[in-house]
Design a protein around this ligand. Structure first.
Ligand SMILES: [Zn+2]
Length: 197
């Protein structure tokens, strides 16, 4: 008997089955090497996503991330939102939330959906994208972890006008017996104002 399956073989159609192609989109975040991150917060979201999804999910998620299928990504207030364009004409809405330093929650509008212990491929794809952005962009990392943006803080500090008092400099350069410590501290506070709380 021929090993080839005939047209009547009910299994023959599986030979021809192919997954529906992804619908290409533009403007998505293309991650060349999903998961190749070193930032501790980037590693944390990847590790959590991988340990909260079934074995077939991460490979599909990496394909989405590599091909830029994750679009309209926004990260703010320890959360991330995006749309994922798969084979369906309508993109799925997916969201991740940081609930603790190494704990995260996921939600997706796809039929598979997300439970606390089983994330869909769209949520894991967004995790790869978030990890990439956190790893490569300090501002994204700050919004994801809820900490102050280091670049913005530096810019704000640089914007504070500092008036140098030549008289104070002269007094500091030439110590005088009548210059008590209280005077120095008072004048120093006038010259270099305390940063805003
Ligand atoms: Zn999904």
């Amino acid at each position: 008997m021929s090993p080839r399956r005939s047209g009547r073989d009910p299994w023959a159609r599986w030979d021809r089955w192919e997954p529906k192609p992804r619908i290409a989109v533009t403007g998505g975040v293309e991650v060349a090497r999903p998961g190749k991150v070193s930032n501790v917060d980037a590693v944390a979201i990847i590790a959590f996503a991988l340990s909260h999804s079934s074995s077939a999910i991460p490979g599909r998620a990496r394909t989405y991330a590599r091909h830029g299928q994750v679009v309209n990504v926004s990260i703010d207030d320890e959360s991330a939102q995006a749309e994922i364009q798969g084979s369906d004409p309508r993109p799925y809405q997916v969201a991740l939330r940081r609930t603790a330093s190494k704990s995260f929650a996921a939600d997706c509008t796809c039929p598979y959906g997300c439970t606390p212990g089983s994330w869909c491929k769209h949520a894991v794809a967004l995790a790869y994208v978030v990890a990439e952005l956190v790893d490569s962009d300090p501002a994204s990392a700050a919004r994801w972890t809820g900490s102050a943006d280091p670049a913005a803080a530096a810019a704000a500090a640089a914007a504070v006008p500092v008036a140098v008092d030549p008289e104070l400099l002269a007094r500091l350069a030439a110590p005088r017996s009548d210059l008590v410590q209280h005077d120095v501290l008072t004048r120093a506070a006038e010259v270099v104002p305390l940063p805003p709380a």
